[in-house]
Design a binder for this molecule. Structure first.
Ligand SMILES: Nc1ncnc2c1ncn2[C@@H]1O[C@H](COP(=O)(O)OP(=O)(O)OP(=O)(O)O)[C@@H](O)[C@H]1O
Ligand SMILES: [Mg+2]
Length: 262
């Protein structure tokens, strides 16, 4: 009798959370969406590609620990710098010298592919989700994240200026798609939304108009607990279970799992 072996192939979703504009909610989204997915039973790893190192602070971890700096600059394996942060949730911190990679001169065009290769040579492919928190820039670190990602999620906060850099980012994304010969799924999420302000609704209306079919249904409301939680090294789910922030990020996780758009 021939025994059939069924091999389970797990394909992780690598998602870069990026926007060249600062303060739009990239890190808040990465850390809380990561925890929401982990609480929903998914295996998640968060990578901090921002030299500011805010992921460490937000998860209550020691920001001086080695992380992606050693991976990119010294070719250490990602698995060797992965830290368990919560149940189902691992983290690779930025590390204190990640900023040095932004100005690295050697390596030519391959400099942009270092993160992708490091992910391919790691156990990250066994995870359900890999979320990459990106810096507010479009330099080498952001480009590495784009080359590594299957999907890009752009948080857009509720002010006109956050619409400003979007076309440039989408342009860079298109170039990366051409260079890598594959398509990258684009998502947008409205963040820091004050429902009482007309401007916030106007910005959301424009985002929906410019990116039809690409904007998540859930809107992340302005919520003071979301701003307070990192000060205690906590995610919104550690800090306040039943506030607007925890409800919104839980709903966003469902949007992502189900492909639920506005
Ligand atoms: N929905 C929200 N409600 C209230 N405060 C928020 C919300 N989202 C983010 N914030 C706060 O706004 C500030 C900027 O958020 P965050 O650090 O997530 O943005 P960022 O895009 O990662 O910034 P940077 O570009 O500097 O990396 C932080 O103080 C954060 O706590
Ligand atoms: Mg950030």
């Amino acid at each position: 009798m021939v025994k059939a072996t069924i091999k389970l192939i797990i394909v992780s979703r690598v998602i870069a959370i990026m926007n060249q504009k600062g303060g739009v909610g990239k890190t808040t989204t990465t850390i809380n969406l990561g925890h929401a997915l982990a609480l929903a039973g998914k295996r998640v790893t968060v990578l901090d590609m921002d030299p500011q190192g805010h992921v460490a602070v937000a998860y209550g971890l020691d920001e001086r620990k080695a992380g992606l700096d050693k991976v990119l600059l010294d070719s250490l394996a990602i698995d060797d710098v992965t830290i368990a942060a919560r149940d189902n949730l691992d983290v690779v911190l930025a590390g204190e010298s990640l900023i040095d990679y932004e100005t690295i001169a050697e390596g030519g065009a391959s400099r942009g592919h270092k993160l992708r290769l490091a992910i391919e040579n790691s156990k990250l492919k066994e995870r359900d989700f890999v979320l990459i928190d990106c810096p507010p820039a479009t330099g080498l670190l952001a480009v590495n994240a784009m080359f590594a990602a299957d999907e890009v999620m752009i948080p857009v906060s509720s002010d006109y200026l956050s619409l400003q850099g979007l076309s440039k980012m989408v342009h860079i994304l298109k170039r990366v798609e051409v260079l890598s010969g594959r398509s990258i799924k684009l998502w947008l999420v409205s963040t820091r939304m004050n429902l009482h302000r007309r401007l916030a609704h106007e910005v959301r209306r424009r985002v929906l108009k410019y990116f039809p079919g690409r904007v998540f249904k859930t809107v992340i409301r302005e919520n003071v607990a979301l701003a307070e939680a990192p000060g205690f090294g906590k995610t919104i789910f550690d800090y306040k279970q039943n506030c607007a922030g925890s409800k919104d990020y839980q709903a966003l996780a469902q949007d992502l799992l189900l492909g639920r758009i506005a």
